[in-house]
Ligand binder design. Structure first.
Ligand SMILES: Nc1nc2c(c(=O)[nH]1)N[C@H]1C(S)=C(S)[C@@H](COP(=O)(O)O)O[C@H]1N2
Ligand SMILES: [Mo]
Length: 263
């Protein structure tokens, strides 16, 4: 566990997390026990024991802090500071095979026809032309090896390639002052993100997985990939992108998952 914590957080991030957790806990104690508590040195591992949570990845840290503080937006913002770059890994660390997950089993993965596929744009953008796959493949491509964290209790390192979402939003003249970007998928899944995350340099319209055309199970023909957000915020099989000021929610978010969903 200690090793995983060290892979995910720098020592100074670990100190910040512990300090903030200590402040949150101290607030709930009477004066005498608060003094005693604050005198104790504490590590992320100690915090894990205190909260009864296994803090082995960011998702569990979120759970642990939420156990102390409730859904505290300040904690979320501080923990998942949206300018922060997520760690990138060596290709040798890629998890093989990379897990599949969806709200259904592998037998129900949508089969999208790449020839007739058109990505639709709606809402606050100047150019609402639809996009063919060929046009998306022709844009400048980048790639990343990052960790995907699912709230169901697993995380895995994967290798995605595609178009920087910020480049795409600028190209279509999206209103970058708008609040949200929402995604509608071929399997009726939907989710949405804040504009700041949409413009984050590690947020990709992913077209490939591990150097190959994105396979159906990982979201063919195109998915959003964000190492700064939990798995359920990363929609697969995207058909429509909308730029909007009206809160769009999401498939899991509307059932109670945290909307911000930082990782
Ligand atoms: N269209 C769609 N996107 C989705 C989901 C889904 O059910 N449908 N599940 C989400 C969840 S909870 C996770 S963990 C990841 C899993 O992505 P993977 O299959 O590439 O591991 O996809 C996310 N995006
Ligand atoms: Mo997930």
């Amino acid at each position: 566990m200690k090793k995983i914590i060290q892979q995910i957080f720098t020592p100074s991030q670990q100190q910040d997390i512990v300090a903030e957790a200590q402040r949150l806990v101290a607030r709930q104690l009477d004066a005498a026990s608060r003094r005693r508590f604050l005198r104790q040195g504490m590590t992320l591992g100690g915090l894990a024991m205190l909260t009864g949570c296994d803090i082995s990845n960011n998702a569990s840290v979120e759970k642990a802090l939420n156990a102390i503080s409730g859904q505290n937006d300040r904690v979320q913002l501080w923990l998942f500071g949206r300018d922060r770059l997520a760690p990138e890994y060596a290709e040798s660390m890629i998890t093989r095979p990379f897990p599949f997950n969806a709200f259904y089993g592998e037998e129900d993965i949508p089969q999208v026809d790449g020839e007739t596929y058109r990505l639709k744009i709606s809402g606050k953008a100047l150019d609402k032309r639809s996009w063919s796959l060929t046009e998306l493949y022709q844009m400048a491509q980048v790639s990343q090896v990052t960790r995907h964290i699912c709230v169901e209790g697993w995380s895995a390192i994967g290798h995605w390639g595609g178009v920087r979402f910020a480049d795409f939003l600028r190209l279509i003249g999206a209103d970058l002052q708008a609040e949200y970007v929402s995604f509608k998928c071929a399997d009726d899944y939907y989710t949405s993100i804040d504009m700041k995350t949409a413009l984050h340099p590690q947020t990709l319209l992913a077209l490939t997985y591990d150097g190959q055309v994105l396979p159906p199970k990982y979201g063919y023909p195109m998915r959003l990939r964000m190492p700064t957000k939990l798995g359920y915020k990363n929609p697969k099989h995207i058909q429509v992108i909308e730029i909007t000021n009206i809160f769009p929610g999401g498939y899991w978010e509307d059932q109670g998952y945290n909307w911000f969903g930082g990782s």
